[in-house]
Design a protein around this ligand. Structure first.
Ligand code: AVI
Length: 349
């Protein structure tokens, strides 16, 4: 995926909870892992409470990704209607050599929202990174995949980082400054509103040029504006997997907040809002009801909604303009024949 799962993190809150340093073990290089502490539980509960009490109720999409939510998202990626995953894979496969010509070899490959690390691993033989840094909300999630990859690619130093990068990108000193390539696949940038996306891209730009490092850049995927019917189907599939993914958020809230959402009384809504150029996902109350949780309660009228996700769709020009505003230059764009999806490389300096 993946959305940066879990709570907000910023420089003040970053604490190295656990670092397992790279060791040599009978000639076998071991990956290293760093878990940076995230948002405090109390802050998360305040955020959820405020969202549920807002005039237009809303919950951050990061709460879609509990253990079951992450599995449901993997299933979404297999759906015939959900074109982004397979279209991106095709573009990356077709243009891996072009990408390696632009990036060169020996980079520090920083994989944001790495998940099972499969997308980046397909680029290893082309990019031959000196260091691979998968970042996801929890190192436990990364551990298995990274250890397997480290075994397969012993020549690449691997440092798994557990952090929520959505509110800050303060990487630990173990991550080399030299020749950083930020890889942000999956069109996850679309889950930020455009103003937030700009701030996030500016942070990546700063992280590329810090310490006067040279050769930094970004390789990022973006979902493009297209026919509304194709977009609606991708976020409201016939099998109902996206509906389950969305409804599971209520189950997650029941656990986090000791809430009493009855999932049978809510339905999934997923549709393209052309004016805002975004998919919106909502949970809609089927009947009038009162929901209670520790710390609050709210009456929802039938038809009232909780906004759970936005997924912005860009034009090619609109997104390259955003990259330029963030300080990037020399954009190279690859798309599929239908121009539904794009992968873009840009230099930082
Ligand atoms: C993770 N993110 C890019 C997905 C998207 O398409 O916005 C999340 C998703 N939500 C519903 N389907 C997929």
């Amino acid at each position: 995926m993946q959305y940066a799962r879990g709570g907000a993190t910023d420089r003040e809150h970053l604490v190295h909870d656990a670092v397992s340093a790279s060791r040599e073990n009978e000639g076998q290089r071991l990956a290293q892992f760093v878990q940076l502490s995230g948002q405090h539980e109390a802050q998360a509960l305040d955020e959820l409470n405020a969202g549920l009490m807002a005039d237009q109720a809303c919950i951050s999409p990061k709460y879609l990704y509990d253990a079951l939510g992450s599995k449901l998202f993997e299933a979404i990626c297999e759906l015939p209607e959900y074109y982004p995953t397979r279209t991106e894979a095709l573009i990356l496969e077709q243009h891996a050599s072009d990408i390696s010509r632009l990036v060169g070899t020996g980079c520090t490959l920083i994989d944001l929202g790495a998940g099972n690390c499969a997308k980046a691993a397909r680029l290893f033989s082309f990019l031959q990174p000196a260091q691979y840094v998968p970042v996801d909300i929890s190192v436990d999630f990364l551990r298995e995949a990274v250890e397997r990859l480290q075994h397969q690619f012993p020549q690449i130093a691997m440092t798994g980082i557990g952090m929520d990068f959505s509110n800050g990108l303060a990487l630990p000193p173990l991550v080399h400054h030299h020749h950083r390539l930020f890889f942000y696949p999956g069109s996850s940038i679309g889950n930020f509103a455009p103003e937030q996306a700009l701030v996030f891209l500016q942070r990546i730009h700063t992280a590329c040029v810090q310490e006067e490092a040279a050769n930094g850049g970004i390789l990022i995927s973006v979902d493009l504006v297209k026919d509304t019917a194709a977009l609606d189907a991708a976020y409201d599939d016939a099998l109902g997997v996206t509906a389950s993914f969305n409804l599971n958020l209520l189950q997650h809230l029941n656990r986090l907040l000791a809430a009493d959402f009855d999932l049978r009384l809510w339905r999934h809504r997923g549709f393209f809002n052309a004016e805002q150029s975004r998919i919106e996902m909502h949970l809609e109350a089927c009947v009038s009801q009162t929901v209670r949780w520790s710390g609050g309660e709210r009456h929802f009228a039938a038809g009232e909604r909780i906004h759970t996700e936005s997924s912005y769709k860009y034009t090619r020009q609109g997104f390259t303009r955003l990259l330029a505003q963030a300080g990037f230059k020399d954009m190279t764009v690859w798309t599929d024949p239908q121009q539904w999806f794009m992968v873009c490389h840009a230099h930082a300096g």
